[in-house]
Write a protein that binds this ligand. Structure first.
Ligand SMILES: C[S@@+](CC[C@H](N)C(=O)[O-])C[C@H]1O[C@@H](n2cnc3c(N)ncnc32)[C@H](O)[C@@H]1O
Length: 216
């Protein structure tokens, strides 16, 4: 798909995004956790992530109405695959209207990611981007999701998540250690942090939060 087709699709879908997102929020306030989709600023931050530029296998958890999905599709190579996993049916229906052959959308919980990857016959993801709000999951579910993400990620792969609260750091510390980088995004409603971890063989004691912000 070329950039003209992408922008035509963008403008067509924007008029339907807000009503769809609001409906999803009012029907599923805990899962959606925000009444507006992510800002253009966050989208640009995600699409400039270095790890996406060469990735062949990418997973997005909680794509919502697809504003972040569009950012990921802009960033990944033409031959890459992007798997979206979303629980809200209205969002899934909207996402399935994206005319991009690289995107597959599964209606299911991110907690079932391991089984979903195997059903989709997809290689270990090199990048997993998640908007699933860890702050509204039970600690048990949150830990289970982090463990699953860690287990399925390819060695050296990156886990990126944008969150309104920071409890994901505690949940992730056993598997991933401290975040490799973190960036505060003020221009989003509400403002949030973007965290990035890499799956390495290092122990959490060896990992440190770098002084520099998220490389984007
Ligand atoms: C904060 S919204 C982010 C939506 C979108 N990515 C954006 O940035 O505009 C969180 C999304 O995660 C989805 N979600 C929540 N729990 C989930 C789960 N267990 N599995 C998959 N998606 C989930 C919600 O339905 C919602 O679409």
């Amino acid at each position: 798909m070329n950039s003209t087709q992408l922008s035509a699709q963008d403008s067509r879908s924007r008029s339907t995004v807000i009503p769809c997102f609001l409906r999803g929020f009012f029907e599923n306030p805990l899962q959606v956790a925000s009444f507006v989709p992510s800002s253009g600023y966050l989208q640009r931050k995600l699409s400039s992530l270095a790890c996406l530029q060469t990735a062949r296998s990418v997973v997005e958890l909680g794509p919502g109405t697809g504003e972040t999905t569009r950012a990921l599709l802009k960033a990944i190579p033409a031959e890459a695959q992007l798997l979206g996993v979303e629980v809200v049916s209205g969002f899934v229906k909207h996402l399935r209207e994206f005319a991009d052959p690289r995107l597959t959308v599964v209606e299911d919980s991110a907690l079932h990611l391991k089984q979903i990857l195997s059903q989709q016959n997809m290689p270990a993801p090199e990048v997993i981007v998640s908007g699933v709000p860890f702050s509204v999951m039970t600690p048990t579910e949150g830990r289970q999701l982090i463990q699953t993400i860690h287990e399925v990620l390819a060695p050296g792969g990156a886990f990126v998540t944008y969150q309104f609260r920071n409890n994901v750091c505690e949940l992730a510390s056993d598997c991933f250690g401290a975040p490799q980088s973190r960036a505060f995004v003020l221009w989003n409603l509400p403002p949030l942090d973007v965290y990035l971890w890499e799956k390495t063989a290092e122990t959490k004691e060896q990992k440190k939060i770098p002084a520099s912000p998220l490389k984007v």
